[in-house]
Design a protein around this ligand. Structure first.
Ligand code: PAF
Length: 283
């Protein structure tokens, strides 16, 4: 069955009885297998499986791709056949009837990594996620680990603001050659698409080197050099503590990267379990 498309918050709430397990997968549409894996997880958990499709203006900078971001609601609903019950697709007037003067303030981490080159991005994400959680009131909301920093900040917001929602974190889904699935991969030319795989390859090589004992900062520097040599414009390559996202802590590591290929910004990450994690210094 195709999901029911709902545009208004009132209509949505009327369809969600309180005694049912509701799952929400928030998306901006242009759904790919990565999104569908999140929605399938929701299907397993929930009585009512909701997917929101909304391109959130608050999280785009003035020179970013808000106006060109793919909007394909009908095709998205077809992709969700038999796995979602409801697609919540509000328009701007429904979600932001007034200028949004109340927003979520996040810790300084929101201005690091992706936040450094995308000021206000995570505040926009957190604010819309907060609104979506309040509209849908799900028991579970599902996010992918590809957006590792986003996931971390959403988890922090939900914990610190006492949302009753449980956040489910799902693994990155990759194309056959290893490129992390993303709606923005559609922007890559065929030549760029072939070269894009060098990014996950570099991450895997670095992870193996770190596991074998290389200093994480050295491995990160090598990834940066490799990507630059391969024609990427590197925004950041950083090793962080995988649990706290701090750079000075020790522990299990996540190696995070953002780099632009042509016009397309790609992000990816790899988690590295360190058996001697407690002793390892990242910086
Ligand atoms: O990850 C995304 O697609 C978006 O940032 C989200 C969580 C749907 C908020 O607009």
């Amino acid at each position: 069955m195709l999901p029911v498309i709902v545009h208004s918050v009132n209509e949505l709430r009327a369809m969600l009885p309180e005694n049912k397990h509701v799952a929400l997968t928030p998306t901006m549409g242009a759904l790919h297998e990565g999104h569908l894996s999140l929605v399938r997880h929701g299907r397993q958990l929930a009585d009512i499986n909701v997917v929101s499709v909304y391109v959130n203006p608050l999280q785009f900078g003035p020179h970013e791709d808000f106006s060109t971001y793919p909007r394909e609601l009908e095709a998205d609903c077809a992709r969700l056949e038999n796995i979602a019950d409801i697609v919540f697709a509000p328009n701007d007037a429904e979600l932001y009837p007034l200028p949004q003067t109340v927003t979520i303030t996040l810790p300084p981490l929101a201005d690091e990594l992706c936040g450094r080159s995308r000021p206000g991005f995570f505040q926009g994400v957190a604010t819309v996620v907060c609104k979506l959680l309040n509209c849908v009131r799900p028991q579970t909301a599902i996010f992918g680990k590809k957006d590792f920093q986003q996931l971390f900040l959403v988890q922090l917001m939900v914990a610190q603001l006492n949302f009753p929602t449980k956040i489910a974190a799902m693994p990155i889904l990759r194309e056959a050659d290893g490129l992390a699935m993303s709606s923005r991969n559609a922007y890559l030319t065929s030549d760029e698409r072939q070269r894009a795989v060098l990014l996950p390859n570099a991450l895997r090589t670095a992870a193996a080197a770190i596991t074998a004992g290389e200093k994480p900062t050295t491995a990160a520097a090598t990834v940066r050099q490799q990507l630059q040599a391969d024609g990427f414009v590197v925004d950041y390559v950083e090793c962080r503590n995988a649990t706290t996202l701090t750079s000075t802590a020790s522990g299990d590591i996540v190696l995070l990267v953002a780099a632009t290929l042509g016009q397309t910004r790609l992000i990816d990450n790899i988690e590295i379990r360190c058996p001697n994690a407690a002793k390892r210094e990242l910086a």
